[in-house]
Design a protein around this ligand. Structure first.
Ligand code: ADP
Ligand code: MG
Ligand code: ZN
Length: 479
């Protein structure tokens, strides 16, 4: 029998506000333990939470970006449970009446478009962090760091619309890209500012009802999401094939072994005793504010991808790669602005630049080569000054040394002719040998300028100094 998986993701994203969601403490990551705390986030009796408006704004931004409805009224609720990283004994969250709900995003997997529904996006606060003894001399002790307690989170709950582990990863990546584009979350899975729980069940192909789901926790990379889900699907299929029943439970992913392990069954599941938090008024959001926030939304990854295909005529694949981050997209657009051959610029970035960045484990925003320098090199190739192979070598040098491409070309022994007399002589010969192009150019076909540059470059065996050449060519062509 063939089986189909049903998957729904619950994603927690830490919001990039400066201060926590119900107090003024800093949210900065990596500070010394328990230095960013106050009576409110320590859960002292008699303190009162005050909602951070920026956190609400960020949550609304995400809602708009995922076509969710923003409710004019929502309720903060207490989710009660005991754990040492939760000083109040409850987490402030939203339950029956969340801030936003009923949205979707579109993803594409193996050329197939899929729409994944978003059930709700609600606001809540993060808990603290436990540090267990192994990392300390004090083995056997556990420590609590409450710097994270009260950091604003949004929880994004998907519909059970996902069918494969690849779709789950695509959905997750798409959501993270949106959050990062919106600059409301840094999307760092390793540091835990973007976390994912995966609900997985299987059912025989064609069956309508869902199977019993297991919830997978503790998955902290995209690769692990894929691995954990795949393992879990196979585990469940085996049980069903053997005539067994799937237990509804929470399972932990063990990344070393690549397996999931039972953590607690449904019977042990918490009864959180949700109730409206009496310390917080209902959150009222008016349409005017929603519209104001809508107006501040930047172009999102999907829109940018579409625009790149339309505006620059590059393949969708290129557009996807180039819009992976805002910084890379900006880099590309600046490159095209300086040198208007979009596919050529795309090839350089996708081929050379991204290869070097990847080897270096760097992001586009840490790119050591400016678009100006890249374009300088592209122009040299375009003008026939250096061939493509040499140019790629030169590019690596530019990347490693930060030097100008022309400087490197000189150093590499591709010494250019800067002798003005020789260049002028070459220019005159080319102009005389191409009367038709000269006439066309004078008649306004300005593109032919690069033809003359190229020809003169060839005549000087690619060694003419482009600046000198340009200067005299302009003079000779009468411009
Ligand atoms: P719970 O109350 O156990 O958290 P919810 O109904 O709130 O369950 O759903 C939590 C997540 O699990 C959602 O993302 C939802 O899409 C997903 N989900 C619900 N039922 C199933 C199922 N049978 N198989 C896989 N995922 C499911
Ligand atoms: Mg759940
Ligand atoms: Zn505080």
């Amino acid at each position: 029998m063939k089986y189909e998986a049903v998957i729904g993701l619950e994603i927690h994203a830490q919001l990039l506000t400066n201060s926590k969601v119900f107090c003024g403490c800093s949210t900065k990551f990596g500070a010394e333990a328990n230095t960013q705390v106050c009576p409110v986030c320590l859960g002292m009796p008699g303190t009162l939470p005050v909602l951070n408006k920026k956190a609400v704004e960020f949550a609304i931004k995400m809602a708009i970006a995922t076509d969710c409805r923003v409710n004019n009224k929502s309720i903060f609720a207490r989710k009660n449970y005991f754990y040492p990283d939760l000083p109040k004994g409850y987490q402030i969250s939203q339950y029956n009446e969340p801030l936003t709900q009923k949205g979707y995003i579109d993803i594409e997997v193996n050329g197939e478009k899929r729409r994944i529904g978003i059930t709700r996006i609600h606001m809540e606060e993060d808990a603290g962090k436990l540090l267990h003894g192994e990392t300390f001399e004090d083995e056997g002790f556990s420590f609590v760091d409450l710097n994270r307690a009260g950091v604003p989170l949004i929880e994004i709950v998907s519909e059970p619309d996902i069918r494969t582990s690849e779709e789950a990863v695509e959905y997750l990546k798409a959501l993270r890209d949106i959050l990062v584009y919106l600059e409301i979350c840094d999307g760092n899975m390793e540091e835990g500012s973007f976390r994912c729980d995966a609900n997985v069940s299987v059912r025989p192909m064609g069956q309508k009802e869902f199977g019993t789901k297991a919830e997978l926790k503790n998955i902290n990379s995209f690769r692990f999401v894929q691995k954990a889900i795949e393992y879990e699907i196979n585990r469940q299929i085996e049980i069903v094939e053997d005539g067994g029943k799937i237990a509804q439970e929470t399972r932990l992913f063990d990344s070393n072994k690549g397996i999931t392990i039972s953590m607690r069954s449904k019977e042990e599941a918490h009864d959180y005793r949700y109730f409206p938090d009496p310390d917080l008024l209902p959150l009222m959001v008016d349409e005017a504010w929603i519209e104001e926030i809508r107006g501040t939304l930047p172009e999102l990854p999907a829109q940018k991808r579409e625009r790149f295909v339309k505006e620059y005529g590059i393949p969708p694949y290129d557009a996807g790669v180039l819009t992976a981050t805002k910084e890379l997209a900006n880099y590309y657009e600046e490159g095209v602005r300086l040198f208007n051959q979009p596919k050529v610029v795309s090839n350089w970035i996708m081929g050379e630049l991204l290869r070097l960045l990847k080897e270096d484990n760097r992001e586009a925003k840490e790119c050591p080569v400016s678009p100006e320098k890249l374009v300088k090199l592209i122009r040299m190739v375009d003008a026939g000054a250096v061939n493509l192979k040499t140019a790629k070598e030169v590019f690596e040098e530019v990347y490693k040394t930060g030097k100008d491409p022309d400087v490197i070309v000189k150093e590499k022994g591709l010494v250019q002719v800067s002798d003005e007399g020789a260049i002028i002589k070459a220019i005159d010969e080319i102009i005389n040998a191409n009367p038709k192009e000269l006439a066309d150019y004078k008649a306004g076909k300005e593109k032919l300028f690069s033809f003359f540059v190229g020809q003169t470059m060839k005549a000087t065996k690619g060694q003419a100094n482009p600046q000198v050449l340009n200067k005299f060519l302009k003079e000779r062509l009468g411009k």
